[in-house]
Write a protein that binds this ligand. Structure first.
Ligand SMILES: [Zn+2]
Length: 373
């Protein structure tokens, strides 16, 4: 990754580049700061810059052999350590999960610990850096460097080092072999064992500004600037949060479109198209079906409230309000409880793995009956 691909953080980038130019790269650094600020991206750009054989004024070249290998995360002098889970038939070390790691990181360097656990299908297991990993680190650092001047060891979330692993690493972090660079990346610095953190140079990674986030959303996600600005204000300085809001607003739009369609077809008593709609929503998968039903509950409640003229409680977006102007009069004392109950029952059945298409079809037909009472 080049520095130009890292979101914002210009001041820090210059500082890091300058330290390389001045030949004062300290051998163990702790990048710390909240999630979504780009710590991992910065570490990668920094390491790539150090290894680049044709350094430019403000960035790595991106095309030399070293940069090419860095962009695929397969440079032989670049090593990763990250929390993993215990899994049958696999050693509990990062290399057992390295392909998933590379793929995820290349796709998007901005992700959370929880999202990493999802990638490796941890289910309810917690991730940890186990003692076998410490052995691996020692082994790798005792190899000679292959192609570049520095060996780089990026340890993502050192707060997840178990005590045995941490103790094994103390000495090598304090006195690493020649030309070795440790970059530790922490989201909860106070949870890193003090014996480890005291051996590193701390570098604080600040939250992104709204402008930095908006520009990135515009450039990377093709979101128009005005909307990007709005989203950035909800993101609390985290690009991951910003992406989360983008996704949430996209699914809200989807849900809204389905909801409008459902209510129109139910009102028109269009059985054939209601059947098709149940099929379409079934095809989206159970999680989305549940999210859609939750959305329906909310919309029914809001429309009932609106029908009763308690408009100050209304939490609807503009297109939802427009729709509600006409629709709300159909949600009354006479049907609101029954519709709500039916949706809740459908939700329950879908989460219990009952055939979704049957559940949704039944629900839609019941709504058809209830809508014009
Ligand atoms: Zn290069």
């Amino acid at each position: 990754m080049k520095f130009s691909e890292v979101i914002g953080q210009e001041e820090l980038k210059s500082k890091l580049i300058q330290s390389v130019k001045d030949n004062r790269v300290s051998h163990a650094q702790l990048f710390y700061g909240p999630s979504g600020t780009g710590k991992l991206a910065i570490a990668l750009a920094y390491a790539q810059y150090i290894a680049c054989t044709d350094k430019q004024e403000n960035d790595s070249c991106g095309v030399c052999n070293s940069c090419k290998k860095y962009s695929k995360l397969i440079h032989p002098d670049l090593h990763f350590v990250f929390p993993v889970i215990t899994q049958q038939g696999k050693q509990s070390i990062s290399d057992s999960f390295i392909n998933q790691w590379r793929e995820k990181l290349i796709d998007n360097a901005y992700f959370t610990y929880e999202s990493w656990l999802e990638t490796i299908k941890a289910e309810n297991k917690q991730g940890s850096i186990y003692k076998d990993e410490a052995k691996e680190i020692l082994r790798k650092l005792n190899l000679k460097t292959f192609e570049s001047e520095f060996k780089v060891m990026i340890i993502w979330l050192p707060e997840k080092l178990n005590t045995t692993a941490a103790n094994k690493l103390l000495k090598i972090i304090e006195e690493p072999p020649q030309k070795t660079l440790f970059i530790l990346i922490s989201e909860h610095r106070e949870e890193v064992l003090p014996t480890i953190s005291s051996r590193t140079q701390p570098i604080k990674i600040r939250r992104l500004t709204n402008d930095e986030i908006a520009t990135a959303l515009n450039k990377r996600e093709s979101i128009d600037l005005q909307r990007a600005m709005l989203i950035s204000k909800l993101a609390g300085g985290s690009y991951i949060q910003a992406l989360y809001h983008v996704q949430a607003s996209e699914s809200r739009t989807n849900h809204f479109n389905y909801f409008v369609k459902l209510m129109r077809l139910a009102y028109q008593r269009n059985v054939k198209e209601l059947l098709d709609l149940a099929k379409d929503i079934t095809d989206e998968g159970r999680e989305k079906q549940k999210a859609f039903l939750s959305y329906c509950l909310k919309m029914i409640r809001e429309n009932f409230i609106l029908n009763n003229n308690v408009s100050e409680l209304n939490m609807l977006l503009e297109p939802e309000q427009d729709f509600a102007k006409n629709f709300s009069k159909f949600i009354t004392q006479a049907n609101v409880y029954k519709i709500t109950e039916e949706i809740e029952v459908a939700y329950y059945h879908i989460s219990r793995n009952v055939n979704s298409r049957i559940v949704l079809t039944d629900l839609f037909f019941t709504i058809m009956q209830l809508l014009r009472v």
